[in-house]
Design a protein around this ligand. Sequence first.
Ligand code: IMP
Ligand code: MG
Length: 184
Amino acid sequence: MKKVTYNGLTFKPYITRDRIQARIKELGAQITEEFNGRRPLFLVVLNGAFPFASDLFREIDTDAEISFVRLKSYEGTSTTGVVKQVLGLTENIEGRPVVIVEDIVDTGTTITNLIADLRQKNPADIKVATLLFKPNSLQHGSRPDYVGFEIPTKFIIGFGLDLDGLARNLPDIWVLDEEASSEA
Ligand code: IMP
Ligand code: MG
């Protein structure tokens, strides 16, 4: 089986690009239906969500806008628990439906903090679309509204997800191979 290595850690194939694309089409159709004619603002959480957002946004078949915020809560493979809003929101979101676009919801810390910040700006509605969700890791907030794939509590990379900045460009998603990595 093909494997990839970053920073001495070995990863094996997990979710193929074809499955990812098929699932994004389904999510796009669902979000289109639910926001039809309401001109939602897609708020993309950088850096990780950019490939997902790029594909999802092109599946939205109703008038919509897109903007970006940048947050960071991870160092290496474990959360630091500290959420920093690096690049803020410039749009006026008052009275508008907002769809937050995330790569992955793990402990829920990042998304819960972002939602609390956004609520203060009085949007009409806030929904969360995430490509990946680790339900067993969730400590804050509730299940995201639109989930691509529910996965166990494992560390993954690719399709925007990184290990210390690397592997975001992989077109498929790969999971940490704990056996191979502990031998290294
Ligand atoms: P949370 O605040 O614990 O929900 O973590 C959310 C952020 O942690 C995501 O936006 C990712 O940047 C990062 N993250 C969580 N799990 C993984 C993973 O398995 N691989 C890479 N990054 C992850
Ligand atoms: Mg992220």
